[in-house]
Design a protein around this ligand. Structure first.
Ligand SMILES: *[C@@H]1O[C@H](CO)[C@@H](O)[C@H](O)[C@H]1NC(C)=O
Ligand SMILES: *[C@@H]1O[C@H](CO)[C@@H](O)[C@H](O)[C@H]1NC(C)=O
Ligand SMILES: *[C@@H]1O[C@H](CO)[C@@H](O)[C@H](O)[C@H]1NC(C)=O
Ligand SMILES: *[C@@H]1O[C@H](CO)[C@@H](O)[C@H](O)[C@H]1NC(C)=O
Ligand SMILES: *[C@@H]1O[C@H](CO)[C@@H](O)[C@H](O)[C@H]1NC(C)=O
Ligand SMILES: *[C@@H]1O[C@H](CO)[C@@H](O)[C@H](O)[C@H]1NC(C)=O
Ligand SMILES: *[C@@H]1O[C@H](CO)[C@@H](O)[C@H](O)[C@H]1NC(C)=O
Ligand SMILES: *[C@@H]1O[C@H](CO)[C@@H](O)[C@H](O)[C@H]1NC(C)=O
Ligand SMILES: *[C@@H]1O[C@H](CO)[C@@H](O)[C@H](O)[C@H]1NC(C)=O
Ligand SMILES: *[C@@H]1O[C@H](CO)[C@@H](O)[C@H](O)[C@H]1NC(C)=O
Ligand SMILES: *[C@@H]1O[C@H](CO)[C@@H](O)[C@H](O)[C@H]1NC(C)=O
Ligand SMILES: *[C@@H]1O[C@H](CO)[C@@H](O)[C@H](O)[C@H]1NC(C)=O
Length: 471
């Protein structure tokens, strides 16, 4: 009976043509059944094959700076103690309220049977979802760009075979779905596809930039997801970002890095995601919806660990620029490239997992930093401006896993904006060093006590921002 219902559900035809059950079922040959044609295929958002890549060269923008409302109520949101009643619930494993229905515990949000509405319900929602859409659009183009820009031979000589390239193509296709989802929720003014510039000139650099860009895509969404007014919208975005998380891991595997050297993935504020993303957007359609988020100045990690090197932390000035601080292969001699290392413990060709015998980074490492001053035109059509409200930077804030850890800046030189610091030695849990993986480094003027749910309280104190490659 149930089987019959399932067959009807699948729209199977020609049931009478099914061969009779064989006496030896495991020798049964799979046969083709015919199902009814799909009746409804939801349309995807319109996309173009962006053909031009490179920096913006057009005329100065008419409008510059972040979107602002006519009223700004305060210069920052003051910190306050926990909301009243936060400790009221007795967490003792017993039931403390009537059950709304069988097998249904009391409480929760959005659980009372009202139909879900998948649309933004505040400026906070709109601006956050629009930011996520900007991210999905760049990923769609970036993955296509790499597949088109590099030859099959170039991919092959980096160990990326045809199956791997199809996986990258499939990841681009996933972005079509994510962009469609967000566009549908946002409505007609949803940001549209732009043109981009990527700091990559070979396959290794492409894989590393992807691995870093998807890190801030994933972490940026984690930062706002639990704060959205619309829980239904959060639900759908969650189901996309779970895929983004897998993309990040896969790009690490293609780059021969340990796929996930952390027990928790960090989250970052929206303005961090926008600061890291905007520099790679060249131009957007003329009437593109603008964003409220801040663009922080760039932090260049001068000795950013270079995953393409056998000894990654031996690198100096081997990034393609600030913000992403993604790797450059330009100065690596072939004997220092880990890709073709004959010693297998040092080899970093694509793999499900790679032990890096020489860790990319380590506690106590001296890290040399250079930061930009604010006031730089950046982002789509050079129409945004880098800003900071911080005074002189004094601290490096390491944002990894569940932790924000400050280390003092030393030898601060305000003439050329340089300093150094030491990578802290901290653990999130016993046996789980906090600082590892692809993570975030900000310079701040104070040690603000923040944790994942209120990390954006740090923003008024951020002087510069970059991605750090800890492992
Ligand atoms: C983009 O290019 C691909 C392959 O070259 C093609 O299949 C696709 O139809 C194009 N898409 C658009 C929107 O032009
Ligand atoms: C928490 O408990 C106190 C004391 O019983 C009560 O006055 C208050 O209304 C409760 N708050 C919430 C949010 O339930
Ligand atoms: C469910 O809760 C929401 C928010 O509190 C409320 O607006 C709505 O009326 C409730 N729905 C039902 C069916 O009670
Ligand atoms: C790869 O991209 C760069 C930067 O946009 C461009 O200059 C170059 O011509 C492209 N190469 C190919 C083979 O598409
Ligand atoms: C690795 O070695 C192979 C075989 O010698 C060569 O074809 C390939 O170009 C090398 N790859 C890199 C990234 O050096
Ligand atoms: C921009 O203008 C075009 C043409 O007037 C319109 O179709 C499109 O919806 C507008 N886009 C936005 C984001 O407002
Ligand atoms: C980071 O993780 C990798 C992979 O587990 C490990 O080899 C490395 O030692 C870790 N780094 C630190 C600082 O714990
Ligand atoms: C880094 O290298 C670039 C050119 O590759 C050079 O212009 C710059 O001065 C170097 N920076 C440092 C700090 O050595
Ligand atoms: C491979 O490299 C590791 C780490 O540097 C070293 O300990 C080991 O002796 C090397 N093995 C060979 C066969 O050279
Ligand atoms: C990988 O690293 C772990 C942790 O250092 C070590 O226990 C294990 O033996 C290593 N495996 C290989 C194959 O090198
Ligand atoms: C900054 O200035 C200091 C002191 O003059 C100098 O030692 C250092 O090399 C400079 N750094 C850069 C990146 O120019
Ligand atoms: C890291 O975060 C965990 C979880 O919030 C916390 O228990 C731990 O104390 C933090 N460690 C440091 C060094 O801040």
């Amino acid at each position: 009976m149930i089987g019959n219902a399932l067959l009807q559900y699948a729209g199977l035809l020609a049931l009478s043509n099914l061969p009779p059950i064989q006496a030896i079922p495991f020798l049964y040959t799979p046969t083709t059944t015919f199902s009814a044609a799909e009746t409804v295929t939801p349309a995807v958002v319109s996309q173009m094959n962006v053909t031009s890549h490179g920096p913006f060269t057009g005329p100065p923008a008419m409008t510059t700076g972040a979107l602002t409302a006519s009223t700004i109520l305060a210069s920052e949101i003051p910190s306050a103690p926990p909301a009243p009643g936060s400790f009221n619930y007795t967490a003792d494993g017993k039931l403390h309220g009537p059950e709304p229905a069988p097998f249904t515990p009391n409480g929760g949000l959005g659980t009372n049977g009202s139909a879900p509405v998948y649309r933004p319900q505040s400026d906070y929602d709109y601006q956050s979802l629009a930011l996520a859409l900007y991210q999905e659009w760049i990923e769609l183009d970036l993955f296509h760009f790499g597949l088109k820009n590099f030859s099959t031979g170039q991919f092959q000589s980096n160990g990326v075979n045809a199956d791997d390239r199809f996986l990258i193509e499939y990841m681009a296709d996933q972005e079509v779905g994510h962009a469609t989802l967000l566009t549908n929720m946002l409505g007609p003014q949803a940001p549209r596809q732009c043109t981009y510039n990527y700091p990559v000139s070979n396959v290794r650099e492409f894989l590393d930039f992807n691995q870093k860009l998807t890190r801030w895509g994933e972490s940026g969404v984690y930062g706002f997801l639990p704060h959205l007014t619309s829980r239904p919208a959060a639900q759908l975005l969650l189901q996309s970002i779970a895929v983004e998380a897998r993309q990040q891991l896969i790009f690490r595997q293609l780059g021969g890095q340990f796929p996930m050297p952390v027990w928790h993935v960090p989250s970052i504020p929206q303005s961090w995601q926008w600061s890291l993303l905007a520099p790679y957007i060249s131009s957007c359609p003329a009437n593109q919806t603008r964003l409220i988020w801040q663009n922080f100045p760039s932090l260049n990690i001068l000795n950013q660990p270079n995953p393409a090197r056998i000894n990654a932390s031996n690198a100096f000035n081997e990034t393609t620029g600030g913000f992403a601080n993604s790797l450059s292969t330009a100065n690596i001699s072939s004997s220092q490239l880990c890709f073709n290392a004959t010693n297998q413990t040092l080899n970093c060709s694509p793999a499900i997992s790679r032990n890096r015998t020489i860790p990319l980074s380590y506690p106590g490492r001296q890290v040399f930093l250079h930061w930009d001053t604010p006031g730089k035109l950046i982002g789509p059509n050079n129409s945004y401006v880098t800003t900071t409200r911080a005074r002189v930077p004094r601290w490096a804030a390491w944002v990894s896993q569940l932790n924000v850890t400050y280390s003092p800046l030393l030898n601060i030189n305000l003439r050329n904006q340089t300093a150094f610091t030491f990578q802290p030695n901290v653990s999130t849990w016993d046996h789980d060093p906090a600082i590892n993986g692809t993570m975030f480094l900000a310079l701040t003027d104070a040690r603000i006590n923040v944790t994942p749910f209120n990390l954006s309280q740090i923003n008024p104190h951020v002087a510069a921002l970059g991605v750090y490659q800890a492992g």
